[in-house]
Design a protein around this ligand. Structure first.
Ligand code: 13P
Length: 356
């Protein structure tokens, strides 16, 4: 009799993609570049030294029970080379806890030649070799962020196309090297545009991105999409309600994202931590039948609370870890559409680790 041997789920690319969006869990984006982490640390009066970055990120990665809600962590290249006090690479610390380590592989958004108010994300040169090295060192997924700004006459189709082309080349190379790509076309929240305008730009961007991903033969089963939610511009006087955000985001995705994608992991992109959780929860509660998992890959919305609890003082490590776990648990609840704003208070009511 012919026996077909399936690879273990977690070792196939599609299996890793599915594991990253497993029930009740989501991704922590801790991949701030050096200038960005410096900016974050400045808000708590901490100097961004190599050691400060190491201890802060080690604190996040080793928070007790965080693996119940966090499936994967996106690292910055520098962090992939750091080790804990016992000399164990932080990448291996994550893997040992059942958290899948990933890495941001783009080299940032740079002015777009011919359209200087827009950017294109760079980092394709030498990417194949870098990806190979990451895979050898235990990283299992990657991320590339493209940035689309809304403004007077923006975005141009040229900007969307240039960024989509780079995203697709990156995604194809990642899969070739055995790494799950997280394709992140971020339509920025900045500006006074309406939610309808954000909807149109997001839909046009996603259509283009998936067209080019198809041309580049990217396996949809083995990738994740990391989009913005469809939102009113940050300075738009008319701010959409949580229900409108949830419904318009889901509608936009249904119109533009193939059903084969295992998961959609939103960025928080300048929403408050509470907004990011509440809106994700509303989507899962109001649209339980969508073909993909709707999950999170938050940076600021997961880190704001622990960063403020930590403030660079080792004595605050446990408080910061509890703050991260609390936020991660609330977002875990949002995966099931079960977040309620009243759950925010449970943390203050029960310090000492009982944020569960
Ligand atoms: P934010 O959630 O802070 O937007 O960060 C997510 C991210 O990875 C941006 O590239």
């Amino acid at each position: 009799m012919l026996t077909v041997t399936q690879p273990p789920v977690e070792s196939s690319l599609a299996g890793i993609a599915r594991a990253l969006v497993a029930d009740g869990r989501g991704i922590l984006a801790a991949d701030e570049s050096l200038p960005t982490i410096e900016k974050r640390f400045r808000t708590i009066d901490v100097e961004s030294t190599e050691e400060a970055r190491r201890s802060y990120r080690e604190l996040l990665f080793t928070a007790p029970d965080v693996e119940q809600y966090i499936s994967g962590v996106i690292l910055f290249d520098g962090t992939t080379h750091q080790v804990d006090a016992s000399g164990t690479p932080l990448v291996d610390v994550l893997t040992a806890r059942g958290i899948i380590p990933g890495v941001k592989v783009d080299r940032g958004a740079k002015p777009l030649a011919g359209s200087p108010r827009e950017t294109v994300t760079e980092g394709l040169d030498g990417l194949r070799e870098r990806l190979h090295d990451y895979h050898e060192r235990g990283l299992r997924f990657t991320k590339w962020r493209a940035v689309i700004a809304i403004g007077d006459g923006l975005p141009t189709p040229y900007c969307i196309r240039a960024n989509a082309d780079a995203l697709a080349r990156y995604a194809a190379l990642s899969q070739e090297e055995g790494l799950v790509p997280i394709v992140e076309p971020e339509v920025l929240i900045d500006g006074d545009h309406t939610i309808e305008r954000c909807y149109d730009v997001t839909e046009a961007t996603l259509h283009y991105v998936f067209d080019v991903l198809h041309q580049h033969r990217v396996d949809l089963d083995a990738m994740l999409l990391k989009p913005n939610m469809v939102l009113s511009g940050k300075s738009c006087p008319d701010q959409a309600t949580v229900e409108v955000v949830a419904d318009m985001t889901v509608r936009c995705l249904l119109h533009s994202v193939p059903a084969a994608i295992p998961g959609i992991v939103f960025l928080s992109g300048g929403q408050t931590s509470e907004q990011a959780t509440e809106r994700l929860s509303a989507m899962n509660a109001r649209a339980p039948e969508v073909p993909w998992q709707l999950s999170f890959s938050y940076g600021r919305a997961l880190q704001e609370a622990p960063l403020n609890a930590w403030r660079g003082d080792p004595a605050n490590t446990e408080a910061a870890q509890r703050a991260l776990c609390h936020r991660a648990r609330l977002n875990g609840a949002a995966r099931y559409g079960r977040y309620e704003p009243e759950m925010e208070g449970e943390f203050e009511a029960a310090p000492g680790g009982a944020a569960a």
